[in-house]
Design a protein around this ligand. Structure first.
Ligand code: TYD
Length: 133
C-alpha cells in the first residue's frame, strides 16, 4: 500500500530576494494533476476533512500558515503531519481518512489527480473502516 509522505520542493531564491517553489508533472508529484484548489480563512477552532477518497490522490501544500493533517488507513494505522513550510508538500494516496486543522492565516493548496466527483468521497467513518473502497 502506498504511504503518505512529505515531499521537499526546490526552493529557488534567497532570504534577500524571496523564493519560488515549483511543482511540475513528473518531478516529485507522483501523478498527473487534473485539478488545483485552495482553501483559506478557516477559523482555527474548525476541523475540516472528515472523509476519505476512493481514487483521488493529492499533494497538499501549506503555502501560508500551519496545517495539521491526521491521516488513517483502513487498518487503523495513523499518521500526523504538521505542514508549515511553503516548499513542503504532503502526498496523500487514495484511501486515507483525513481530519485537518488550520491556523487562521493558513492557505491550503491542493494538486489533485482527478476532477471533483462527490462519488469519490467516503464521508462516513464506519463505512470507511468496514467496507472496501
Ligand atoms: P470538501 O472536500 O468536503 O472540503 P474539506 O475537506 O476542506 O472539508 O469540500 C467542501 C465543499 O466544497 C463540498 O460541498 C464540495 C465542494 N467542492 C467542490 O465543489 N469542488 C472541489 O474541487 C472541492 C475540493 C470541493
Amino acid at each position: 500500500m502506498k504511504e503518505p509522505q512529505l515531499i521537499e520542493f526546490k526552493k529557488i531564491g534567497s532570504p534577500d530576494l524571496g523564493y519560488i517553489s515549483v511543482a511540475e508533472l513528473g518531478d516529485q508529484v507522483p501523478f498527473e494533476f487534473k485539478r488545483v484548489y485552495w482553501t483559506y480563512y478557516t477559523p482555527n477552532h474548525i476541523e475540516r476533512g472528515g472523509h476519505a477518497h476512493k481514487k483521488l490522490q493529492q499533494v497538499i501544500v501549506a503555502v501560508s500558515g500551519i496545517i495539521l493533517f491526521s491521516l488513517e488507513d483502513k487498518l487503523g494505522k495513523k499518521y500526523s503531519f504538521e505542514l508549515k513550510k511553503p516548499n513542503q508538500g504532503l502526498f496523500i494516496p487514495e484511501g486515507f481518512w483525513r481530519d485537518i486543522k488550520f491556523s487562521h492565516n493558513a492557505v491550503l493548496l491542493c494538486l489533485a489527480s482527478e476532477k471533483y466527483l462527490e462519488d469519490d468521497y467516503v464521508r462516513d467513518y464506519e463505512v470507511f473502516k468496514h467496507t472496501g473502497l
